[in-house]
Write a protein that binds this ligand. Structure first.
Ligand SMILES: CC(C)(COP(=O)(O)OP(=O)(O)OC[C@H]1O[C@@H](n2cnc3c(N)ncnc32)[C@H](O)[C@@H]1OP(=O)(O)O)[C@@H](O)C(=O)NCCC(=O)NCCS
Length: 269
């Protein structure tokens, strides 16, 4: 079980991470569920998707169902709302080998601005650096995961950070395994939590960091597909994902929210 100091961020996010960590300690062997440190979710639809999502949302504040067909979202959301819950969605973007090829092509063509250096967060990263990375994510509207996932000590993933000459983080990108080992999606990993400090946007920092993360996960960890949730109106995120071969699919992340527990009505950007 993690300790409270493993969680950083707003009181709401710290509370949500504490609830999801506790729930995951109970559910981790169950092949229905996926988790990369943020919220315990349905890995894909099940027979009683709405009932399971409602229970997960009441316990945690919110819960997504990945690989939910876009064609069924309206019906599901009407049912959630009828039962007094709120609903939210991200489009389920994904890319397989084409993402890996696009990432390699990107790295052959583009480099980070020369004043930036890349660091991998790990067990030796000082808490103060981690706190700055999390502050960057939150200032960009991205909900971070617990420190142990960002450091790679839990969840089998990587978090890359680009730092300026003063050591301050200017951009971050993350990827983490998330689906049950016995699932068809076992090698489909979360990719995202991309955030660039506003004064360093437009320099292809997120593009290069995101590409590095994809190549690392494919070559070093055996990831074979990369998924992320994108809001329909998030033009910058859509452009960035498309550049890296991570594209919209026939699926959505169908999210059930219990605003009273979560303290707001959406999870993240
Ligand atoms: C999304 C975000 C990380 C992009 O960071 P960035 O470092 O400025 O992005 P890059 O310079 O690497 O641009 C990558 C690609 O996205 C495109 N892009 C970036 N911002 C864009 C915008 N506002 N509108 C349209 N396209 C945009 C760029 O044109 C580029 O494509 P190109 O190489 O074909 O020109 C940044 O805008 C951000 O932090 N947004 C808030 C947090 C967020 O929404 N994160 C995504 C959550 S999934």
């Amino acid at each position: 079980m993690q300790t409270a100091q493993e969680f950083f961020g707003t009181p709401e996010n710290i509370a949500a991470m504490g609830r999801s960590t506790a729930l995951w300690s109970l559910l981790r062997g169950d092949p229905r569920f996926a988790y990369y440190g943020r919220l315990v979710a349905l890995s894909q639809p099940v027979e009683n998707t709405s009932d399971v999502l409602i229970s997960l949302a009441r316990l945690q504040g919110a819960s997504p169902c990945y690989f939910f067909p876009k064609s069924g979202v309206d019906t599901l959301f009407a049912e959630l709302e009828r039962k007094g819950l709120s609903a939210d969605r991200h489009e389920h973007f994904q890319g397989g080998e084409s993402a890996y090829m696009a990432a390699r092509a990107t790295l052959a063509e583009h480099h980070l601005p020369p004043d930036l250096t890349v660091r991998i967060l790990d067990g030796n990263t000082p808490d103060s650096v981690l706190a700055e990375v999390i502050q960057l994510m939150e200032s960009c509207g991205v909900m971070p995961v617990p420190a142990s996932f960002l450091r790679g000590s839990q969840g089998n993933g990587i978090c890359l950070v680009a730092c300026d000459p003063h050591g301050a983080p200017v951009a971050v990108a993350t990827s983490i395994f998330m689906h049950p080992a016995e699932s068809d999606h076992a090698n489909t990993v979360f990719w995202g939590m991309l955030a660039t400090r506003p004064d360093r946007r437009g320099e292809k920092v997120a593009l290069v960091l995101g590409a590095k993360v994809i190549v690392h996960m494919w070559e070093e960890k055996g990831a074979r597909a990369f998924m992320t949730g994108v809001r329909q109106d998030n033009a910058s995120s859509t452009a960035l994902c498309n550049r890296l071969g991570v594209i919209d699919t026939e699926f959505a992340y169908a999210v059930c929210v219990d605003p009273q527990t979560l303290g707001r009505d959406s999870v993240t950007k």
